[in-house]
Design a protein around this ligand. Structure first.
Ligand code: ARG
Ligand code: ASP
Length: 710
């Protein structure tokens, strides 16, 4: 019976684990090659990752530390998402040159714009160094000591390898610390903005459509990597030359049909696929709903005021996007986990794990893990909840988090060197200008009232910052907060900074906004962080063991390590999906849909006149699909997460089909539990990208240097 249960469970899990699920390590891809080829791939694992000759990996970069980009010409031309290039586009935007609104196109290389601070990183090689990192540790060593030994081993290893190479050397844990890989990276620091569409193409649908299918966003921007004359990394210099890559991507104009093989090559940031059921349940049914509720209330307040006033709409656009991205995603996580029985599936699997443990004495160390997980996560829960309130309710009161910038200045004494004070004043003056540019007090007052009510009604006294426990009446507190604090008045703040002397630090210490901020920070440092770190320390040991146990239980299974911001290959099929009974989503959208959504009165749905004109004359050139329409975006069952934005999605021949930029919110649970029926990534069709570059922007110079396969 036990055996039967075990094999049944494994069968079920394996059936769940669709052929291509997982984020695979490029250097080990030969283990997936057969499956990928059976699914339709016509190239080899060696074509994707090789250290002996050029391979697709030489065209993929970590872009700006948070996204993925890919090289598409022999002259270092790079594609990524519009939302990945956003900050750099904004950096170059002013009232006279509003590149965010109007777009930007360099018609020759001299017009390309340097982007200080922007870097791209190429992975040159990776090596399995598990043995070297863990040779003197075992699971009996106390956790902090174990980590200390590992850190020491890594440091030594890195120092040794650094002597032999000019590349940057990193070691990262995989499989929750069961394996370690060394990465040799090359970082380029002269990266220039080449082009971007106007926001009503690059961000079409805005936050309204974010995480949602059907989607019509032309989410791309164009950059170029520069190198010195020898092709090596160099800081910006007008004499630098376009970087010549070992490999650039070919671009396919053929598009993709439903069911076609596709893969994504990029930098997924973080997934947690091997958590026990109790952790998934806590995430989806305790933590996420709290964050969603709190953020939802704040977003409602933003919306009300943003609708009333154009200036406020712009002031709060980026804040809205920031809060709204997580808010919508987490709603999808809860919905998806519950609707598709993520917790029950995990529990079923755990039962089989328990049975497996009982089969042999040697497996006893694993046996207690599941019970211990229940207890540890229960211990962790109130602290995680408290942390969620702190970050979502407390710190979203802008006057308090702004006051926090002045915390150091409030500690200044007569002994503090004047030079240090001067530096603080300069940076605080800058922060003050930035803060007030986008501050609207009526919003903040209402946020404060709502969030403090939430806090007091739902968090026990021990699990909230001290200042809250002195509040008798929220309205009266908020009134006096905004009446007495100087942090609502730009003039007062500037005057204070201009005339600052150490004796005036006292004034800051008495400011109610700063008092509230300090109370929150102390609460975190003293009451939340220490117990949370201790529990997490235990949990990381348990998770490592549980991972090891799972791998021992299914020795034949190929496991893929959780995402950790290193280069990965993920694959699946171009595919639509059925999110609900009666709803059936086609896998692609077209320009027709943009015209359907058009609404000149709603900011997110304004259509560029030039785009409309191209649509009316059906001037799509060679970028039209064979059905005659202009395809804009498409979905696929490829496992992706944050950080995969900007990643190339490639066809069976390794040619570029599009740029990954989002997921459908019904499947955002994929970070915890991947379900091939419901998890879909969204990409912008490369033919739409080329159409915009060529027909809309007329940047034929860029088209000419790309390698386009008809
Ligand atoms: N949801 C996508 C990703 O996490 C895109 C976010 C940017 N787009 C937006 N409309 N806010 O990160
Ligand atoms: N939009 C995400 C990103 O910016 C991708 C995702 O979460 O699917 O990386």
């Amino acid at each position: 019976m036990k055996r039967l249960l075990l094999s049944l469970a494994i069968l079920l899990i394996s059936a769940m684990a669709f052929a291509g699920e997982g984020m695979w390590i490029p250097m080990l891809l030969q283990h997936n090659e057969k499956e990928m080829q059976e699914m339709g791939m016509r190239i080899t694992a060696e074509d994707i990752y090789s250290i002996n000759h050029s391979s697709l990996k030489d065209a993929i970069v970590l872009f700006g530390g948070g996204c993925t980009g890919e090289i598409v010409s022999d002259y270092g031309l790079l594609l990524t998402n519009h939302h990945c290039g956003y900050d750099y586009i904004q950096q170059h935007s002013s009232v006279e040159h509003d590149y965010l609104t109007d777009g930007f196109w360099a018609m020759d290389r001299s017009q390309e714009l340097p982007c200080p601070g922007l870097t791209v990183i190429f992975l040159r090689e990776m090596r399995d160094v598990t043995d070297k990192v863990t040779f003197n540790v075992n699971d009996d060593i106390e956790e902090t000591e174990r980590q200390r030994l590992i850190d020491e081993n890594i440091k030594k290893l890195v120092a040794d390898v650094e002597k032999t190479t000019d590349y940057k050397v990193f070691v990262k844990p995989y499989f929750l610390g069961n394996e370690y890989y060394l990465l040799l990276n090359e970082e380029y620091t002269d990266v220039r903005l080449v082009g971007c569409p106007p926001s009503n193409i690059g961000k079409f649908g805005g936050d309204t459509d974010n995480w949602v299918w059907p989607r019509h966003t032309g989410d791309f921007s164009v950059f170029r990597v520069y190198a010195n004359k020898d092709g090596h990394p160099a800081d910006y210099n007008p004499d630098n030359v376009p970087y010549k890559p070992a490999k650039h991507l070919e671009i396919s104009l053929k598009g993709a049909e439903e069911g076609d093989f596709a893969f994504v090559f990029g930098y997924p940031a973080r997934t947690s696929e091997y958590l026990p059921a109790v952790a998934v349940d806590q995430e989806a049914n305790v933590i996420d709903p709290i964050a969603v509720k709190l953020r939802g209330e704040i977003l409602d307040i933003y919306n009300t005021y943003q609708e009333q006033d154009k200036k406020v709409r712009i002031q709060y656009a980026s804040k809205h996007a920031g809060l709204g991205n997580g808010w919508k995603k987490w709603m999808g996580v809860t919905e998806g986990i519950n609707h598709f029985h993520g917790v029950e599936k995990k529990r079923f699997y755990e039962e089989s794990f328990r049975q497996w443990c009982l089969e042999s004495r040697g497996r006893i160390p694993y046996l207690h893990l599941l019970t211990d997980f229940e207890q540890k996560y229960k211990e962790l829960e109130p602290y995680r909840v408290a942390y969620t309130y702190l970050t979502n309710a407390g710190l979203n009161i802008e006057i308090m988090s702004f006051a926090g910038y002045f915390n150091r200045l409030s500690q200044v004494t007569k002994e503090t060197p004047q030079e240090e004070i001067d530096q603080m004043i300069v940076s605080l003056k800058k922060a003050t200008a930035e803060f007030f540019k986008d501050y609207y007090q009526p919003i903040d007052e209402e946020v404060a009232r709502t969030m403090l009510e939430e806090y007091l009604n739902h968090q026990p006294a021990d699990f909230r910052p001290g200042f809250l426990n002195e509040i008798q009446d929220v309205n009266a507190y908020v009134d006096q907060l905004f009446n007495k604090s100087m942090f609502v008045n730009e003039e007062k703040v500037n005057k204070f900074l201009d005339n600052f002397k150490p004796s005036k630090a006292k004034k800051l210490q008495k400011d109610p906004a700063l008092i509230a901020y300090q109370s929150m920070i102390n609460f975190y440092r003293e009451d939340i962080n220490p117990p949370m770190s201790a529990i997490n320390n235990d949990l990381s040991r348990m998770q490592r063991l549980y991972m090891k146990g799972q791998m021992l239980m299914e020795p034949e299974k190929r496991f893929s390590p959780d995402a950790n911001f290193t280069l990965r290959v993920t694959y699946g099929k171009v595919q639509g999906f059925k999110p609900q009974d009666g709803k059936n989503y086609r896998h692609f959208t077209t320009l027709e849909g943009i015209m359907e959504k058009e609404n000149p009165d709603i900011y997110d749905y304004v259509v560029e006149p030039k785009l409309k004109q191209l649509y009316n004359t059906k001037d799509y050139g060679r970028y039209a699909d064979k059905d005659g329409t202009m395809h804009v975006a498409f979905t696929a069952s490829v496992h992706t997460t944050g950080g995969n934005s900007g990643s190339p999605i490639l066809n069976a021949d390794g040619q570029l089909l599009g740029l990954n930029f989002d997921r459908c919110w019904e499947g955002t649970m994929s970070d915890l539990v991947y379900d091939p029926d419901i998890c879909r990534n969204i990409s912008v069709d490369i033919r739409y990208v080329l159409f915009i570059i060529d027909k809309f922007a007329g940047a034929k110079n860029l088209i000419a240097e790309m390698d386009i396969v008809e």
